[in-house]
Design a binder for this molecule. Structure first.
Ligand SMILES: Cc1ncc(COP(=O)(O)O)c(C=O)c1O
Ligand SMILES: [Zn+2]
Length: 422
């Protein structure tokens, strides 16, 4: 495969041929044996620089020299990536500048489309007709949507408690949906068993090495949009640990091919009630990653993961990057969600607002220097979970269609409430 020299096990370091395995290292198993795609950085870098030297940011196809795709025509025929990057200056009291990369603009309204695109392309190149995945909701709706656009069947496993909008997306896209009465972690294990039994191609988090490749495109794209002058730190929400791994890998590869001098520090943000990776990171000393799973509970359903599948990559890559992990409470997530909407005009789902909550926490703790610039990834739209969003705001002022009722409400001082909730 173009520019790829092999697949390396992230735990034992064994290198396999570029197409030797679909999923994980057989010696280390599904959890520890996640594989990383290794490129010939000389040839990939040369091509990459030629490609980004022309035109402007479009979609993930622009970065294909650093992606495992044989044929661009295998990608779903939708615009994946090319999402806006907003710079906030004047509203920022404590920082030099905040860059917000809003990935809710992807076709199925989450960052997951970047990874799904690569899994769908790989399945098409292998002529596979059915893909499965287990997901807290976004990877599922992403797979259902992008597979539908590519003429493929999907079998999806989600926790029955996933937000209604995410389940509605699945059904409308035509997926075969199993709503599992259990946690995401249980849905994942069930999907793994079913995929083996029925021989379905599996896009569940971490299992396929191409997923992190798709997820790294957010880093490549942010750098491209900023003309290779990245902020000092970037914040991202963490569930299974694939997005944070993708960002670390993407920035590292840009250093490798000499497009940037130094990678921004990547700060992974977890919910306090789902902090397995943050805890493993705190114990990590550069050797083997110690895994201690726990049950998860948070309003941020997309990152409600107790048994994170990409924990080894997430811990190792973030350590190597010089970044770290933070945890935020559900209250901090809820108020970050509202502030993000009111101060920045961006409506994020709770899991996506966690990254912004992490930024607020770092600011309050004095972790950020005055002249620092930061980037924040918004990984999913607020429209995916409206009931969680409504918990953070007051309801509207109800009136019958009479001006007099508006007038008395204004006199009673409900004006501010009305404006707050408008
Ligand atoms: C909106 C959103 N943000 C963040 C994440 C975390 O990504 P990862 O599981 O790769 O850590 C997810 C995963 O489902 C998500 O849907
Ligand atoms: Zn191995």
């Amino acid at each position: 495969m173009k520019n790829i020299t092999g697949l390396r096990c992230v735990s034992c370091g064994k290198v396999y041929g570029p197409t030797e395995l679909d999923y994980t290292c057989p010696d280390c198993g599904t959890r520890k044996g996640t594989l990383e795609v290794v490129y010939d950085y000389e040839s990939a870098g040369k091509e990459f620089k030629e490609d980004v030297g022309e035109g402007t940011v479009t979609d993930i196809k622009r970065y294909s020299s650093l992606l495992p795709i044989e044929n661009l025509g295998s990608l779903p025929p939708l615009k994946i990536g090319g999402t806006p990057l907003y710079g906030f200056h004047e509203l920022t009291d404590d920082l030099d500048r905040i860059w917000i990369k809003d990935d809710s603009g992807n076709p199925t309204a989450s960052y997951k489309d970047r990874a799904t695109a690569l899994a769908v392309a790989a399945a098409r190149e292998k002529d596979i007709g059915t893909i499965t995945c287990a997901s807290t909701g976004n990877a599922a709706s992403s797979l259902a949507g992008l597979a539908a656009a590519s003429g493929m069947e999907t079998v999806i496993f989600v926790p029955a408690a996933a937000p209604e909008a995410k389940i509605a997306q699945l059904l409308v896209y035509g997926a075969n949906v199993f709503a599992v009465e259990g946690s995401y972690d249980q849905a994942y294990d069930l999907c793994l068993e079913a995929a083996e039994k029925y021989n379905w191609y599996n896009r569940s988090a971490a299992i396929h090495p191409y997923l992190v490749e798709g997820k790294k495109t957010g880093a490549l794209e942010m750098a491209d949009q900023l003309d290779w002058n990245l902020p000092d730190k970037v914040f991202v929400s963490v569930g299974d640990g694939s997005i944070v791994s993708g960002l670390c890998k993407g920035f590292k590869e840009l250093v490798e091919i000499d497009l940037i001098d130094e990678a921004p520090r990547v700060i992974g943000v977890q919910a306090e009630g789902a902090d397995t990776i943050a805890r493993a990171f705190d114990r990590y000393d550069g050797g083997e990653v110690e895994i201690a799973d726990r049950s998860a509970s948070t309003i941020a359903d997309s990152i409600s993961v107790g048994k994170p599948r990409d924990i080894v990559k997430a811990v190792k890559y973030t350590y190597e990057n010089g970044g770290r992990f933070l945890t935020v409470s559900d209250e901090e997530i809820s108020s970050a969600l509202v502030e993000l909407a009111r101060k920045r005009g961006i409506f994020a789902e709770p899991a996506a607002a966690a990254s912004y909550a992490g930024l607020k926490k770092a600011l309050n703790r004095g972790d950020l220097g005055d002249s620092e610039e930061v980037g924040v990834f918004i990984t999913g739209s607020g429209l995916k979970d409206v009931s969680a969003a409504k918990k953070g705001v007051k309801g509207p002022t109800k009136v019958s269609p009479e001006l007099s009722e508006v007038e008395s409400a204004m006199e009673e001082g409900t004006r501010n409430a009305a404006r707050d909730n408008s």
